[in-house]
Design a protein around this ligand. Structure first.
Ligand SMILES: Nc1ncnc2c1ncn2[C@@H]1O[C@H](COP(=O)(O)OP(=O)(O)OP(=O)(O)O)[C@@H](O)[C@H]1O
Length: 526
């Protein structure tokens, strides 16, 4: 029987000190150069190990030298029974920081920073013709002072060149099922569940899954039972991962995560991902959510920079009185006039009676933002992050009881879209339009949620730009002529569908013009 490994005191010119970690195939030590006193990390492995990852890494490292977030290779080779690699000494992994935080998920600002950096690292590695193939939290580590805000990629034991060094061509795809190489949690569906040849898209998908995992309380569902110990357990993970649709995996998260995952899965085998676009998307998301939009990794996470004004209570009427008025309004007999119908779903007003209330307020748990109606002469400009503003507007629209209020809220919605640099319609934006649609259509009809709606199921095809433009122009014209709330409801639905199928779900100038027309029309249709 083979006894426990006895590690040497020195290898090459390096004296081994503390053990930093160990993996499947070896151990890693802090090591000091016996001549210069330099302190580095030394990866040690038995030369004839069944999985000689140090040898593979020694081949890959030279391709990556000089890149930001790529450790420098200082020395390496074989000595006696040992194979060793000396690289920069780095700090803790994201996995270890996350575990130590004791939290069930990470804050959005930090996840955006990780997204920007890891996508940039992949962009660099891919530009050097190398795939990582084992993206996971344990393989993303932070640097030591003064590089503690940089995320480094480590562990290139599974990495591979996807550009053939002789032909300079992309490696070929194959229909032959391959043995799985990667990690259980984040390897892409194509590689993990279908045995496909890994390419750039799979590194990116692993990154997307890792980000979604960090954002999900308790993590991705298939990670919750720990590392599989039997084939049956592994098969269960494969099944679960394979059947999890992006909209389910990303439920409740900003829409960028779902879009990113879908994007990765739509990439062709040899297609070059648009790294810049996604770095920018996460930067915008960070800004819209009240963070700085910077990529520097800061731990522990700083608070958002946008301070959201505390909510002020609703003025005048006591809750019961408001409820009575709403119900009276709902029961008004308006004949054929275009107004909200008999509402059986009028929500109760806020329970807290205002003490000194001056403004109408839409409250949202933890992140209140003021929304007031025009008639009270109060500053109507929405406050707080885009996400919080849209969430509050959605709440307010669900509670609005006449077209004037709806008109004001649509105008507020346009103001929020205009005030933020990214014109992408987020999940909250669609939520607002869904709530508006519900209000404008028959109120006894239960709201058609986006996930239940067919327009976003599966991989959505993007509409050709011309067709989309034509539809928007028609919507713009029709909204000016609409004579009932029902027609407006249909137009809102069509607008949602057109935007949803557009590249990046962007609200264009024509889209904004449609919304402005909608606000005007609502006012006219009192
Ligand atoms: N350069 C480094 N500086 C400091 N710590 C490091 C460094 N490289 C790795 N580590 C630590 O050692 C752990 C194992 O490193 P690494 O993943 O490279 O080894 P491995 O043997 O290939 O592991 P595995 O078998 O899990 O893939 C890392 O999670 C990290 O905590």
């Amino acid at each position: 029987m083979v006894g426990p490994l006895v590690y040497p005191y020195t290898v090459g010119n390096w004296r081994l000190c503390d053990k930093l970690g160990s993996g499947f195939s070896g151990a890693i030590f802090k090591a000091t150069n016996v001549h210069s006193g330099q302190v580095m990390a030394l990866k040690l492995q038995i030369k004839d190990h069944e999985c000689p990852t140090n040898r593979y890494e020694r081949y890959i490292y030279p391709f990556l030298q000089g890149g930001k977030g790529m450790p420098t290779l200082w020395a390496g080779g074989e000595e006696g029974p040992w194979d060793y690699l000396v690289i920069d000494l780095l700090g803790p992994s994201l996995d270890s920081l996350f575990r130590k935080s004791g939290k069930s998920c990470m804050d959005l600002g930090t996840v955006c920073r990780i997204a920007m950096q890891v996508i940039a690292r992949l962009q660099f590695m891919h530009s050097r013709g190398v795939l990582h193939r084992d993206i996971q939290l344990g393989n993303c580590v932070v640097g030591l002072y003064p590089n503690q805000e940089t995320i480094y990629m480590i562990d290139f034991g599974f990495s591979k060149c996807y550009i053939d060094p002789y032909t300079k061509r992309h490696i070929p795809d194959s229909d032959q099922k391959r043995m799985f190489v990667g990690n259980y949690w984040f390897s892409s569906v194509n590689v993990h569940c279908r045995g496909k040849v890994p390419s750039r898209r799979d590194d990116l998908e692993a990154c997307a899954l890792m980000l979604i995992h960090l954002m999900t309380p308790g993590g991705l569902s298939w990670t919750r039972n720990g590392v599989p110990k039997t084939d049956a357990q592994h098969d269960r993970i494969i099944r679960e991962k394979r059947k999890a649709r992006p909209e389910e995996v990303c439920r409740g998260l900003p829409v960028q995560f779902e879009d990113f995952l879908r994007y990765c899965r739509r990439l062709k085998f040899a297609e070059c991902p648009d790294y810049e676009k996604w770095i920018d998307e996460f930067r915008q998301l960070s800004l819209e959510s009240g963070y700085r939009g910077e990529e520097q990794f800061i731990w522990p996470p700083p608070a958002p920079v946008t301070t959201v004004r505390p909510s002020k209570p609703r003025p005048s009427q006591a809750p019961d009185e408001v409820e009575r008025i709403l119900n009276d309004l709902a029961n008004l007999r308006l004949g054929d006039r275009p107004a909200l119908g008999n509402r059986t779903n009028v929500q109760a007003p806020p329970k807290q009676a205002p003490a000194d209330g001056q403004k109408a307020v839409a409250t949202q748990k933890d992140d209140p933002v003021e929304i007031s109606d025009e008639s009270d002469g109060i500053d109507r400009r929405p406050q707080g992050s885009k996400m919080a503003q849209l969430a509050s507007l959605k709440q307010a629209v669900s509670k609005a009881s006449d077209n004037t209020a709806l008109s004001g809220l649509v105008a507020d919605f346009v103001a929020v879209l205009k005030a933020h640099p990214s014109k992408a319609l987020t999940k909250q934006g669609f939520g607002f339009l869904d709530a508006l649609y519900k209000q404008l259509s028959d109120p006894s009809v239960f709201i058609v949620t986006r996930s239940a709606n067919s327009d976003r199921q599966g991989e959505t095809d993007q509409e050709p730009k011309q067709a989309r433009l034509g539809k928007l122009l028609r919507l713009k014209r029709e909204v000016e002529r609409a004579t009932s709330n029902k027609t407006l409801a249909r137009l809102v639905r069509e607008f949602e569908a057109v935007t949803d199928r557009s590249n990046g779900r962007t609200v264009t100038k024509d889209g904004l013009a449609f919304l402005e027309g909608l606000a005007r029309r609502l006012k006219a249709l009192q």
